[in-house]
Design a protein around this ligand. Structure first.
Ligand SMILES: Nc1nc2c(c(=O)[nH]1)N[C@H]1C(S)=C(S)[C@@H](COP(=O)(O)O)O[C@H]1N2
Ligand SMILES: [Mo]
Length: 544
């Protein structure tokens, strides 16, 4: 059987003028580009596992995160919340797919330009890896392999498409395009698509297995809390009564302890760093009298403490949900620092994660009694991978971006001049004390509110000073005191409740907190940038 498009090209002596007509349609060129791109992606996904590093696409994503202007990063958090990484991945795959398509189109006109296009994309990927902390040969390998194989696949596809390389009938190669070889193209295109699917699927499966195995060495149960260190939480301040929690759904909406699965996640890691209990170690060095290197077992065998602390993200908008409370277990940083001996002149506790992210806070914050921890446990279990397994820092009263290094592997005592945490050169404040905030959580947004007693509730926090009071204001009425839940401490949020006697109508409700020093939460509206949002959370209700 003879393919329809072939009849004309069986004559190699065909006049030049006819070759033009035999050129493959543009969309097949585009398809070649996309297929070759898909194979490159698959090869990247798979070889990233072989070299235990990130995929080319994720390297581009990470370099993008590192380099994006602050305003764009903030927009991304606003738009996508903590889904920003998935959105970024989708964006990168879309852009790369479009580039591959264009490369395929070009390759139809100029044969070599396809290969050149993939090599250029590969070079961009390599630059992205080099731009990241601790570049290495194995980190660039997936990108190099993906680009080379993508380029080769495109050359083959275009050759087959244009009949330079005949796969059907008597296979042969020709220096001039002999016209569209449909069956050959189907075979070649199908093979590339199948190879792309197989490599991508195995890469994704291996990545899933890798992430599951990261916690393989996690202890079944955390070591017991040492009796000597079960120091009670700093006592709470301020007035309250015993609220009737049964009348509202505050505890189900915003439980005092945030379940680990619901805890907000913010970090620059597109894929989890390769850190396990076996390969993890923490080095404490810099301006210290003697360095210390800890293995996971060393941490487990040290006296354990447990503290309930509310962690907040500086990017949290007024009323936002980038804040949560957990019970953290681990060892006190002050004990570790006492052991290494903090040198004279040390100003900053500067820590680095396994994937090269950094943060730093004042040495005083480690020693002023707020009890920062090297945490290994969250809510009674080993830290989840997303929250820094096997170990992270938790520093009460400071935003996460200056203190809460997840997957922490390095603590350096240093000066402010010597080192700056990741977000500081990107325009965020070097010091990040958490600002007092209060939030209205119930009734839920959009739920029907009927006249009578409306149970308002939410949480408020004022780290290092403690929430002394929460007040609610309806329209421009007086500020009325809410009831505070008994649970909580200086560095945790407090749940509040307020029974509002509401008649039908439209209302604006605001909330504010006062800390134990009598300082009232400011109503001045400021964005998160550069050191945390302020302003009063406001909700509008229609009472029926
Ligand atoms: N390794 C690493 N640790 C990190 C970050 C990061 O990007 N990388 N982000 C910090 C920020 S900005 C915050 S708010 C907290 C969030 O901790 P969580 O994800 O456990 O809630 O982690 C901090 N620790
Ligand atoms: Mo953050």
């Amino acid at each position: 059987m003879i393919d329809d498009a072939m009849t004309a090209e069986t004559d190699p002596q065909a006049p030049q003028s006819r070759v033009g007509r035999l050129r493959a349609p543009w969309y097949l060129g585009a398809l070649c580009g996309v297929l070759a791109g898909a194979l490159a992606v698959g090869v990247g996904l798979l070889t990233a596992q072989w070299f235990s590093t990130s995929t080319p696409m994720d390297s581009v994503g990470s370099a993008f995160i590192d380099r994006v202007p602050g305003w764009l990063k903030r927009l991304a958090i606003d738009w996508f919340g903590t889904n920003d990484k998935r959105a970024l991945r989708i964006g990168i795959y879309t852009v790369m797919g479009m580039l591959a398509l264009v490369i395929g189109l070009r390759a139809l006109r100029i044969r070599w330009s396809g290969a050149v296009g993939f090599v250029l994309l590969g070079a961009l990927g390599v630059l992205c890896v080099l731009d990241r902390p601790q570049p290495s040969l194995s980190k660039v390998m997936p990108t190099v392999l993906a680009a080379v194989i993508g380029a080769a696949a495109l050359l083959v596809l275009i050759d087959v498409l244009e009949g330079r390389w005949r796969l059907s009938h008597t296979p042969h190669r020709s220096r001039v395009p002999l016209g569209l070889d449909r069956r050959g193209f189907l075979v070649a295109g199908g093979s590339v698509a199948a190879a792309a699917a197989v490599t991508a699927a195995s890469g994704v499966a291996l990545e899933g297995r890798r992430v599951r195995r990261l916690t393989k060495g996690a202890p079944a149960s955390l070591p017991p809390i040492a009796s000597t260190t079960v120091a009670s939480q700093p006592s709470t301040v301020g007035a309250t009564g015993a609220p009737d929690a049964s009348v509202d759904n505050l505890e189900s909406e915003t439980p005092f302890i945030t379940p680990s699965d619901d805890f907000y996640r913010i970090d620059t890691a597109i894929s989890f760093p390769n850190v396990t209990t076996e390969n993890w170690q923490l080095r404490i060095h810099g301006m210290v009298d003697r360095e210390l290197v800890l293995r996971y077992q060393d941490v487990l065998s040290r006296p354990q403490v447990e503290r309930t602390v509310t962690l907040a993200c500086v990017s949290n908008e007024v009323g936002g949900d980038l804040v949560g409370t957990a019970t953290w277990q681990g060892v006190l940083l002050a004990d570790l620092l006492a052991e290494v001996g903090v040198g004279k002149g040390a100003e900053q506790v500067y820590s680095t994660s396994a994937d090269g992210w950094t943060s730093g806070f004042p040495v005083e914050a480690a020693l002023d009694g707020r009890e920062p921890m090297l945490a290994i446990g969250m809510n009674g279990k080993p830290l989840p991978v997303a929250h820094g397994f096997p170990a992270r820092l938790v520093v009460p009263g400071l935003y996460g971006y200056v203190s809460a290094t997840k997957w922490v592997t390095d603590i350096k005592l240093t000066t402010w001049a010597e080192d700056s945490g990741y977000w500081v050169p990107r325009g965020w404040s070097a010091l990040g004390p958490v600002k007092a905030q209060s939030r209205i959580d119930v009734p839920r947004r959009g739920s029907a509110v009927s006249a009578g007693t409306v149970n308002l509730g939410g949480v408020a926090w004022a780290h290092r000073r403690g929430v002394a009071r929460v007040e609610v204001q309806v329209d421009d009425g007086p500020w009325s005191e809410a009831v505070l839940d008994d649970r909580g401490a200086l560095d945790t949020w407090r749940q509040w409740r307020y029974a509002w006697d509401a008649t039908p109508g439209k209302y604006r409700v605001r909330v504010r907190t006062t800390d134990s020093t009598g300082e009232v939460q400011t109503d001045v509206v400021r964005p998160p940038d550069p050191d945390g949002a302020t302003g009063l959370h406001t909700r509008r209700f229609t009472v029926n």
